[in-house]
Design a protein around this ligand. Structure first.
Ligand code: 9MR
Length: 389
């Protein structure tokens, strides 16, 4: 996937726009008119932002960078703070791209979130971790490796990162059970104390980033196809609460839209989503939206109809989700359609193979109806306590 993505990225970069277009900062007209999204959010005590990667068609593109600066009060690295990016080989660290994003955020007065310390799907752990020989007492070996990773990363970024996705995607949506990987297996696999490795991840994050909000981040949705996923996440959060694990919030990735047949029940899915959010907040966890975008694979090819469908789905979801006043951060997974991960996600393409339109700006950085839907939802949501009116 990454190879194909890189290739498509290079093509997009080569053909996207004439160079003159990159020299211009988006005007308020091209940005959808009027107030920046970050300012609409700020007036209600919310931070609005996006993921951005160091790639040439995102951070490397002056026009895209300017759009992010204009619209966003907070960023997150799309890939650059992942373990496999920061330590591609054992004991060989690469902080350059993440530091560049953080330095830019600082210069422009944007906050930056950390994503992520542990991604539980084995596929996304560094390849060398899966091959580690943890010795005759594998649990101790895995604990030492986890400690070294969290210590190195949290000490490197220090107080600059005030919110960390400590554990990402620990629950298997297929059965609602904990995913197993090289680390959980070293802890004894499914027979170990339940959630020992996840508990340790949060305790280490608390030790080395005591100032930070510690987040569990996952992609459960409100539809029936996601029921086991929701149940698994709830069970895990309840168990961690019982153990006193230092975890503060649930990150709602919010990759919404038409993932499968079950995801089209509209209001019924929203009711389930509300029930889920009530249960999470009822346990005392805060919420944040960490990776919002709208998959349009089952919407018509016609662009006006498709963009209207995306905007309507977003508005329904955001009206509900932003109604929780403990939710103080709202981040998209990119700002413009051409750079979205969905363009190259082979598992769920559009059947007509048209490029998706999941984000508030098109590939030429023109605002779409989704931008207006996001602005309107934030204008309509209740203010967070302490917000300046
Ligand atoms: O958008 C990211 C893509 O560029 C990477 O190739 C991929 C693997 O590192 O991760 C994508 O981001 C994912 C995020 O880190 C976790 N939630 C799901 C996101 C979309 O796959």
């Amino acid at each position: 996937m990454t190879t194909r993505r890189t290739m498509l990225g290079a093509l997009a970069g080569a053909t996207l726009l004439p160079a003159a277009a990159f020299a211009q900062t988006p005007t308020s007209a091209s940005a959808g008119g009027g107030e920046a999204l970050k300012d609409i959010a700020k007036a209600k005590g919310l931070r609005f932002g996006t993921a951005i990667s160091a790639g040439h068609n995102q951070f490397g593109n002056a026009a895209y960078r300017a759009l992010v600066e204009r619209e966003c009060g907070i960023i997150v690295a799309e890939n650059e703070m992942k373990w496999q990016a920061l330590e591609p080989r054992r004991d060989v660290n690469n902080f350059g791209p993440a530091d560049a994003l953080l330095g830019w955020a600082r210069d422009k007065g944007m906050e930056m979130r950390g994503h992520n310390l542990f991604w539980q799907a084995e596929k996304w752990l560094p390849a060398w971790v899966a091959k580690e020989d943890f010795g005759s007492q594998p649990k101790g070996g895995a604990e030492r490796l986890m400690r070294k990773h969290v210590q190195t990363v949290c000490q490197h970024f220090g107080g600059a990162i005030k919110s960390w996705d400590v554990v990402n995607e620990a629950i298997d949506p297929a059965d609602g059970k904990q995913r197993q990987n090289a680390l959980t297996r070293a802890f004894g696999g499914a027979n170990s104390g339940p959630l020992d490795q996840i508990d340790l991840a949060f305790r280490l994050a608390h030790e080395y980033a005591p100032h930070a909000q510690l987040v569990y981040n996952d992609y459960m949705r409100g539809d029936t196809g996601s029921a086991k996923h929701r149940a698994g996440v709830l069970a895990m959060l309840a168990e961690l609460k019982k153990r006193g694990t230092p975890i503060h919030a649930l990150g709602l990735q919010s990759h919404i839209g038409s993932w499968d047949e079950s995801a089209d029940r509209g209001k019924a899915d929203l009711l389930e989503w509300r029930r889920f959010l009530d249960q999470v907040t009822g346990m005392g966890y805060d919420l944040l939206i960490t990776e919002f975008d709208v998959n349009d694979r089952r919407l018509p090819a016609d662009i006006a109809k498709r963009d209207a469908g995306v905007a309507a789905a977003a508005r329904d979801y955001l009206d509900l989700t932003l109604s929780y006043p403990g939710l103080r951060d709202f981040l998209l997974w990119g700002m413009a359609d051409n750079i979205s991960w969905l363009q190259t996600w082979d598992e769920a393409p559009r059947t007509d193979k048209l490029p998706m339109r999941p984000l508030p700006y098109d590939g030429e950085l023109r605002a779409k109806p989704l931008r207006a839907a996001i602005a309107d939802a934030m204008r309509a949501m209740p203010a967070r306590s302490g917000a300046r009116a």
